[in-house]
Design a protein around this ligand. Structure first.
Ligand code: FES
Length: 107
């Protein structure tokens, strides 16, 4: 079964689909978006580093996001752990979309 957790229509600024719902603590990536299962539900984070925009990689062993360009690191919830980035990862708005039985990410 294919699950669509993020989807959208022509009016949506971004449409991203995921083939599975992440369990608590699980991280899934698609099209520049990390979808993370958290106790309260789902968390969507932009994979763009808040320092200069490189794409963050998820390190499953350390359970953190790492920037390959200058070494910034972020927690599973996007909190800054190590610089040079001064900001947290960008939390994307998730909206449940009843038309596609999923969620929309709003940038
Ligand atoms: Fe990520 Fe510089 S672009 S730390």
């Amino acid at each position: 079964m294919i699950w669509k957790y993020i989807c959208g229509s022509a009016s949506s600024p971004l449409s991203v689909s995921f083939s599975e719902r992440p369990r608590d603590g699980q991280v899934i990536f698609n099209s520049g978006v990390y979808l993370i299962g958290v106790k309260s539900g789902l968390l969507a984070l932009s994979a763009r580093c808040p320092h200069l925009g490189c794409q963050l990689a998820y390190n499953a062993a350390d359970r953190r996001f790492q920037c390959p360009c200058h070494g910034s690191q972020f927690s599973l919830k996007g909190h800054r752990l190590k610089g040079p980035a001064k900001k947290e990862m960008t939390v994307l708005e998730l909206r449940q979309d009843h038309e596609c039985e999923g969620y929309k990410v709003i940038f």
